[in-house]
Design a protein around this ligand. Structure first.
Ligand code: GUN
Ligand code: ZN
Length: 495
């Protein structure tokens, strides 16, 4: 019997995986479209046409409504929805967080999910919202922990059991909760109560919540970001190791006349053109879509196509080792996502441990790229180079360099490294001809560190006129600093 979750490919903290459930195996990362058993905008059996491999629905809604409950108990969940692939069921926790109480116990809703044949069962956790007092977050976490421990004892079938990580906006509680759950061996770990953060575009805090939770979990465990359905933030979340998402957004947005793109959302009334080529957008003009009788359904369909197109692109980027390039592009769609990107790279030292040592060519996409894990890794390994004698550091070949004992290439955002490594990852990076301030800052700091580590060597630093940075002054204190134009003059006068 193979493992429940298998990782096939990795990039940064992201991975392509395979999750085995009683109703089949799904490839991750993926999105589970949320099915409301009361209102079906798009029939569940059609979901595969969009790329969906697994659905999610709410067991509490089914439990509460007699017509649905009796069908589910007699014929099973899969028959009720008309979908024979994997289905995850949520408990009443979300209703609990919105309405304050639900008339059901943890044991009842667990037993119900088990009886109706759910593939992934969720206990009745307490979704503690952001910004509550630490004491409340701690107390609710203790109740959640008790319920999850009870659930783990209760569910011993081949059905998968999810262990939601709570802890509000306190990274230390999230990490503690996660490492406690790790020892209980859940099959899936949802990160809970993040919806309010996403609704308020608080991506920087979302990043801290994900990072803290992930640090407490085993890297081999599948992670679900509960309630994340906007494709604009999938790449960022995948890069931190989220494997599953669930989208009610496709339907909720459609109901409001909103059209999802990876760069944000448009109100259909404001669209003059349809910037997409899915079957809906190929068949209708913007005007026809606005006036269509089934506008909500058409928007729902487009929203699903847009959502799964992004998932496929993310998977391709993981295969190509280009996930962080995609994250950097996506995070430029909104300044708050840019805050999320900057926050992501404050965790580079953690990402660096997960990131493959070699992959596709590094593309410098802007100042944030200076803080990528690969750059950090190089900075940590400067002590591996030992330099002696005369050393020349230059950005590109220069006349007379052969006269030196060692030639180093200077390339921002890395710094100086032996020319023999120019074609080796990540030094074969594609970088702009004009380095920006951030990348020079890192590269010059690393170069100074290298000089300090090698006090025996005598350095010559060939400076390009485009390099404007206060650290150039520091370099000139430790090395003979010559501007490229002046070097030419020196060579001419010498010859
Ligand atoms: N749906 C969105 N957030 C949550 C959560 O924290 N817990 C559960 N059970 N469902 C959710
Ligand atoms: Zn479309």
């Amino acid at each position: 019997m193979s493992a429940i979750f298998e990782i096939l490919d990795k990039d940064a903290g992201g991975r392509i995986g395979r999750l085995r459930t009683p109703h089949g195996t799904v490839e991750t990362p993926t999105v589970m479209p949320v099915i409301n058993p009361n209102i079906q905008l798009i029939p569940p059996k059609e979901m595969r046409n969009f790329g969906a491999e697994i659905l999610i629905t709410n067991s509490y809604i089914i439990y509460r409504k007699e017509e649905l409950r009796s069908i589910a108990l007699e014929k099973g969940l899969h028959e009720l929805l008309g979908f024979d692939g994997p289905i995850m069921t949520d408990s009443g926790s979300f209703q609990l967080s919105v309405y304050g109480s639900v008339e059901i116990t943890n044991e009842e809703i667990l037993g119900f999910q088990q009886k109706i044949g759910s593939d992934i069962i969720v206990p009745l956790d307490i979704p503690t919202p952001p910004d509550v007092h630490y004491r409340r977050a701690e107390d609710e976490l203790a109740i959640t922990a008790e319920r999850l421990e009870a659930a783990r004892k209760f569910i011993q079938s081949e059905q998968l059991l999810a262990g939601p990580v709570q802890g509000s906006t306190y990274p230390e509680l999230r990490e503690k909760a996660a490492s406690h759950l790790k020892d209980l061996n859940f099959e899936v770990y949802p990160l809970g109560a993040v919806v309010p953060l996403m609704e308020a575009y608080r991506y920087a805090e979302l990043v801290d919540v994900i990072a803290a939770s992930k640090k407490g979990l085993s890297p081999a465990a599948p992670v679900h970001l509960f309630g994340a359905g906007h494709p604009m933030m999938f790449a960022l979340a995948v890069a931190m190791g989220c494997d599953l998402f669930d989208s009610a957004a496709y339907a909720l947005y459609a109901k409001d006349g909103r059209y999802i793109t990876v760069n944000g959302t448009y109100h259909v009334e404001k669209l003059n053109y349809l910037p997409c080529s899915c079957p809906v957008c190929s068949k209708y003009t913007a005007d026809e879509l606005k006036k269509a009788n089934n506008r909500e359904e058409l928007l729902g369909r487009h929203n699903l196509y847009a959502t799964f197109a992004e998932i496929r692109l993310i998977k391709q980027c993981i295969k190509d080792g280009k996930l962080l390039e995609l994250v950097e592009q996506r995070c430029r769609s909104h300044p708050k996502l840019l805050d999320g990107l900057k926050k992501l790279y404050t965790h580079s030292s953690w990402l660096e441990q997960l990131d493959p040592a070699t992959k596709g060519t590094f593309f410098y996409c802007g100042p944030e790229s200076s803080f990528r894990p690969e750059v950090l890794r190089f900075g940590k390994r400067l002590n591996r180079f030992s330099l002696r004698g005369s050393v020349i550091i230059r950005a590109s070949p220069i006349k007379g360099e052969k006269d030196y004992d060692q030639v180093l290439t200077f390339k921002a955002p890395f710094g100086a490294f032996p020319i023999e490594m120019e074609e080796v990852y990540p030094f074969n990076a594609e970088v702009p001809k004009l380095p920006d301030y951030e990348s020079l800052n890192i590269a010059l700091s690393n170069t100074l560190k290298l000089m300090d580590l090698n006090p025996e060597a005598e350095f010559t630093f060939i400076c390009e006129k485009e390099f404007r940075h206060p650290l150039i002054e520091e370099i000139s204190k430790r090395a003979k600093l010559v501007y490229r134009e002046d070097w030419k003059k020196e060579q001419i006068s010498e010859s």
